[in-house]
Design a protein. Sequence first.
Length: 364
Amino acid sequence: MKEDSTRESLAIIIMAGGMGTRFWPASRESVPKQFLPICGPRSMVEECFDRVASLTDPEKIFVIINARHHSLTRKILGERGVQIVEEPYGRNTAPCIGLGCVHIMKRFGDLPVIALPADHFISDEVEFRRCLRRAVSLLKGGGIVTIGITPTHPETGYGYIERGPAVGNGEACIVNRFVEKPDLETATNFLTSQNYLWNAGIFLFRPSTMLREIGIHLPRIRKEIGHISEAINTDRYLATLEQTYREMEAVSIDHGVMEKTEGVVHVIEGNFGWSDVGNWAAVRNLRKTAKDGDGNIVSGEAVLLDTRNNFIHSGSGRLIAVLGLDNLLVVDTQDVLLIADINQSQEVRRFPEAVRQKGWTDYV
């Protein structure tokens, strides 16, 4: 069946302000994960844009970035006609979404909004867009809509969504609660119950709804966002943005709003081959068809002898040689070589701060 390419009257926020510390040393503050070709030949932010571009007009797509990535973003998306909105400092997703909301309200009014991360992987993009269109239709009744992913294993690195009663034709459910990242025993119980979904960090709402929720649960952030809104399209905007962000707390929309809201939230189950690509182990899983007979995956030039289940990523042009070692993560860049247990990929995020504390800021 041919995909419906009808453009909706909606806006999209692409959240692209993170630093991607779990992908160090390939991901750096100057060029973080979302600007790298982690899952394919193009950068993740470009793939994200192309994934949603048919849903609305490009001028209604707002890409929220850290100001230091201005030139990088312009190079990748500058000719796409999108709105590039800069944050002077990273303050997590609640301020990011709030900033996007006031820009959308100023320019287009209270349109339905899809807010999604720039750095996720989707294998079935047609089904992904169909799922988003179904979610947009639910906004006619107000509230917030989110997308949940069917768990395949007891993952402790994701938040979870507990489903309540089904609504309408059964394609959506009321959300009972959002749950922070659980321990292994709790995650195993969630998987067994079949009543929990992974939180994919994708939210749909009208700006007025989200700004009201931020005002209830994060009043200080809402106040600062209000100051920014008043300064949009004036010569005070940049100074106001700098001042408010310097004082603003860093908090995720999940923890700051979604776990606390008493408003109506619906969840639609998404089955479109999703991964948050949260660390190098996730990339290994996505590329499992590239494994050799010993379970090794190699990007670049490498000679592996008597080794199994290793993931080698070389961007330096050097030859990597490994003998008699299993379950290694090797990431080789022009100036840093990382060697780690692939099963501890989440902990790679500790290196940038450890390197910074030694004063070696060129490697961060």
